[in-house]
Design a protein around this ligand. Structure first.
Ligand code: ZN
Length: 422
């Protein structure tokens, strides 16, 4: 066992804690170490903490800007006590023998701010795994312009909000910014004096100006049953976030009322995949063309740290050049001859990662009759849909290349985002 311990993110030691490695695991040591870990998590802008149990090794990890990183200098034996301490703080007594997943919430003051934490445990073969989510209190509602959408995409979404009928699909995997995008849309609609109801499975701690319903989760009612009750309130916009079963999709669409716009979330990685998923769910082509007005495909990329990024020609960094060349080749997209962009370096401000925060990298697709015809006639079904549908990959990459040339993010981040979601 090491004679000292500390907290290091990606090898950069942030806090040293001399007593944590000693064999004398006094409660006060564990309390202080746990407080230090949570403080560093918040100071690093971490959104999650993971304590994972393995056969030979336990892991403590943070998620910062959407990427998990190892926090490595905590001795194995001590980590188990840290996990127990977090459970005690959340009044979640250690009951590993029950082997049931459990969840709790707690509040604490870290770095002078009131922080709300959500904790969930999952029994595994080697012991309980713990995940912790951080939510800072006092957040203001996210606004649509803060998503850094392209101007044309912002205009499209704003135009949709004046519509009174139809379904907008919001697709993307968990953690792709789907819920944040929906909150921003809901806030814009509420500002425009629209009545908005959000149906979601659980309290996500996201600040919004609209009415939230957690009924689905609490009462185990189906989405369609809840929708019938919601109708009595005559909302202009209903947002159904993450909680509908595949067999309910067609019924949700069928109950679309002439005076209601519905936003429906899906997990497809591209607009094209979303349309095909709808077909697989039993939507016939007529229903798709009648009710689906548009698709927003959400992705997030890490932003370059403004403190340490350097400007160079793309060819000066072979790794970045190769990342963009490969992505363009896969999408059959012409790579720009010359591209001046920024590269990451790493400094104290960004914890040596070269990135600070994330930004949206979305596809916003208005389903015009031409596009629908391509999809419905089957032209978009061949192996490389992007060759048939100019919107599928080309515009996404063009959007990514604009972000690279503006020095917002790197070529490898754009490549990573597209690989992950396509
Ligand atoms: Zn930096």
């Amino acid at each position: 066992m090491p004679s000292h311990a500390g907290i290091a993110v990606d090898g950069m030691i942030l806090e040293a804690y001399p007593n944590a490695g000693s064999s004398n695991l006094e409660e006060a040591h564990i309390v202080r170490l746990t407080d230090t870990i949570l403080t560093v998590l918040v100071a690093c802008r971490g959104s999650n903490l993971f304590i994972e149990r393995g056969k030979y090794k336990n892991h403590l990890r943070f998620r910062i800007d959407g990427v998990r990183c190892e926090v490595s200098v905590i001795p194995q034996e001590v980590l188990i006590y840290v996990k127990k301490r977090i459970q005690v703080m959340a009044s979640l007594e250690a009951q590993e023998e029950l082997r049931l997943p459990r969840a709790a919430r707690m509040e604490c003051v870290l770095l002078g701010n009131q922080i709300r934490l959500r904790i969930a445990t999952l029994p595994t073969m080697w012991g309980e795994k713990l995940v912790l989510w951080v939510n800072e209190d006092g957040q203001s509602p996210i606004e649509l312009h803060e998503l850094n959408l392209e101007n044309s995409d912002l205009e499209t979404i704003t135009r949709w909000l004046t519509d009174t009928y139809g379904i907008i699909l919001v697709t993307g995997s968990r953690g792709s910014g789907r819920t944040t995008t929906l909150r921003a849309i809901a806030n814009r609609a509420t500002d425009a004096a629209k009545s908005v109801v959000i149906l979601e499975p659980d309290f996500e701690d996201k600040v919004s100006k609209s009415t939230h319903l957690y009924l689905v989760y609490r009462t185990n009612l189906s989405v369609t049953t809840v929708l019938e009750r919601v109708e009595a309130q005559s909302p202009d916009i209903v947002i159904i976030d993450s909680y509908w079963r595949p067999d309910e999709a067609v019924r949700i669409a069928a109950t679309a009322k002439p005076n209601r716009l519905t936003f429906l979330t899906m997990t497809a990685g591209t607009p094209f995949a979303a349309l095909n998923q709808l077909r697989d769910l039993g939507f016939d082509d007529q229903l798709v063309s009648n009710v689906v007005k548009g698709i927003i495909c959400t992705r997030l990329v890490r932003k370059l740290c403004p403190n340490c990024k350097v400007t160079m020609d793309l060819r000066e960094c072979p790794e970045e050049f190769e990342a963009l060349r490969e992505t363009c080749a896969e999408a059959n997209y012409a790579m720009p001859e010359k591209l001046t962009c920024c590269f990451r370096v790493g400094c104290e401000y960004c914890l040596g990662t070269g990135f600070y925060g994330r930004t949206a990298f979305n596809d916003v697709l208005n389903l015009t009759s031409d596009i629908l015809e391509d999809v419905l006639l089957g032209n978009a079904r061949p192996e490389h849909p992007e060759q048939y549908l100019p919107y599928a990959a080309g515009s996404t990459l063009a959007n990514g290349i604009r972000k690279i040339s503006r020095g917002v993010t790197t070529a490898s981040e754009v490549a990573r985002a597209l690989k992950r979601y396509n």
